[in-house]
Design a protein around this ligand. Structure first.
Ligand code: 5AD
Ligand code: SF4
Length: 448
């Protein structure tokens, strides 16, 4: 069977799709381009914007392929699948499987049964209370030459921030066991992986649910960092209310823990944070930032911000701008608040008019671009290692341009004579130029 996966949304979805692809390959299936596929899998996200529309228009495209081959069918997974559920079957009869994030473990077998005609349709939408281990595919999930891998440490979220749909679509928090996580990490590193990103909706509360066995996130981090051969360790996402002092200090103690942290602030006004049910205030946020910078002065901080949350005044928004400047985030993702079905903020008033929210977003993004530019400019002259991800899309001149990342995750483009063979290698570089969102490096030593 030939399949094609389209993924929307966060790194968890990207990772889920990678796992699903390897699990299907273990069954003899083959991943192909959209044109040749017999099975179309859409892994969806409903955090923002108009996610359902996006999925429906993708399914419209699948319908066109159906005309060519009537055995073609589709599966819809992820957050939109969890919300719309069996509704997809009525609207798009060629959708034969829907699965939520807890149902994905059963998706490969369900797809196999449907493809073999042993089952007409299936809906894997139940939430589980404990983390369900997934089968290990024949090929590790990060068998590619990038030598980077994601590892799930938990699923779901218990926080119910007032704007967020995640607790409804991904269910309650379920931690995976530390043994299973460590086994997977060791296996990956033995297989050549040099960089691991631990994934969870709120990694700082790892182990604090029914699946916990008394191992904290800080302890888990230490154990993973100690795996011989692991050059870079990252984790995402963090919630400021849960980040422990031990985790903050780990940035100064674990040499392979990368000097970057994504710490969603969402807003700079205590009043708005309270309405968002974030359970921290700016004083606490700033003390975390101080702690991080004490532990690791070169740490790069990034964040998520929402503008136009119900009740946000111009003064509240001004506080967000002030905080963005004060913390000096190297980059941020900023979004206009949008109602998600069933979340608490839907009933909060007054709503901020759309034009006002757009105008605030623009002001915020202009400020951020200036700060980003300053941060990158300050790195010119620094020496570091760039972990090569492949050829860069932009090529200019005779030398070949490669794209890599420094330990903080910044893109570093390096011109080199090699046309192949450097992906997955560390190249020592000196930063010679700062672009708008990336750096340019000059090779200073032998790749390792
Ligand atoms: N409206 C706008 N942004 C949202 N996010 C989550 N829910 C919403 C919403 N309803 C943003 C938050 C979160 C990121 C993943 O998406 O900033 O951190
Ligand atoms: Fe959503 Fe808040 Fe959970 Fe993050 S911590 S997934 S924003 S509910």
């Amino acid at each position: 069977m030939k399949f094609h996966i389209t993924t929307f949304g966060c790194q968890m979805n990207v990772h889920d799709s990678q796992w699903l692809a390897r699990a299907l390959e273990s069954r003899g299936w083959e991943e192909t381009g959209a044109e040749d596929a017999q099975v179309y899998i859409l892994n969806t996200c409903s955090v923002r914007d108009k996610p359902e529309q996006k999925v429906y228009s993708e399914l419209g495209r699948v319908a066109a392929h159906l005309r060519r081959d009537e055995n073609v069918f589709a599966a819809v997974g992820g957050c939109v699948a969890q919300q719309v559920g069996r509704g997809f079957f009525e609207r798009f009869p060629f959708v034969k499987l829907v699965f939520g994030s807890d149902g994905i473990a059963g998706a490969p077998n369900a797809l196999e049964r449907i493809a073999a005609g042993r089952e007409e349709r299936a809906a894997l939408l139940d939430f589980v209370t404990l983390y369900e281990e997934r089968e290990q595919p024949d090929q590790p999930v990060a068998a590619d030459e990038s030598r980077q891998a994601f590892v799930n440490i938990m699923q779901g979220c218990d926080n119910f921030c007032a704007y967020c749909i995640v607790p409804y679509t991904r269910g309650r928090q379920k931690s995976r066991t530390p043994e299973a996580i460590l086994d997977e990490c060791r296996l990956l590193v033995e297989g050549g992986v040099r960089e691991i990103t631990l994934l969870g909706q709120n990694v700082n509360s790892f182990g604090l649910d029914k699946g916990g066995v008394g191992v904290s996130f800080a302890e888990l981090l230490r154990s993973v960092a100690a795996i011989p051969g692991l050059d870079r360790l990252r984790f995402t996402t963090s919630h400021p209310k849960d980040i422990a002092g031990e985790v903050i200090r780990a940035f100064g103690e674990l040499p392979n823990l990368c000097p970057s942290l994504h710490l969603p602030m969402q807003a700079g006004s205590d009043k708005v944070l309270k309405a968002m049910r974030r359970k921290y205030d700016m004083e606490r946020y700033l003390s975390i930032v101080d702690g991080l910078r004490t532990a690791r002065p070169d740490i790069s901080l990034t964040t998520d911000l929402i503008v136009g949350f119900p009740g946000e005044t111009e003064e509240d928004f001004q506080q967000t701008l002030d905080m963005v400047e004060r913390v000096g985030f190297e980059s941020s993702f900023s979004f206009k608040y949008s109602d998600r079905p069933g979340v608490a903020a839907v009933n909060m008033e007054p709503k901020v008019p759309a034009e006002e929210a757009s105008e605030r977003l623009l002001r915020l993004q202009t400020l951020q671009n200036n700060i980003t530019r300053e941060c990158l400019k300050n790195l010119v002259g620094a020496r570091t290692d760039a972990f090569m991800e492949g050829l860069s899309r932009m090529q200019d001149g005779d030398a070949v341009s490669w794209k890599g990342r420094d330990p903080a995750g910044r893109i570093v483009n390096v011109s080199m004579s090699e046309t192949a063979g450097l992906t997955g290698m560390m190249v020592p570089v000196r930063i010679v130029e700062a672009k708008k969102h990336s750096l340019v490096g000059e090779r200073t030593g032998e790749p390792w």
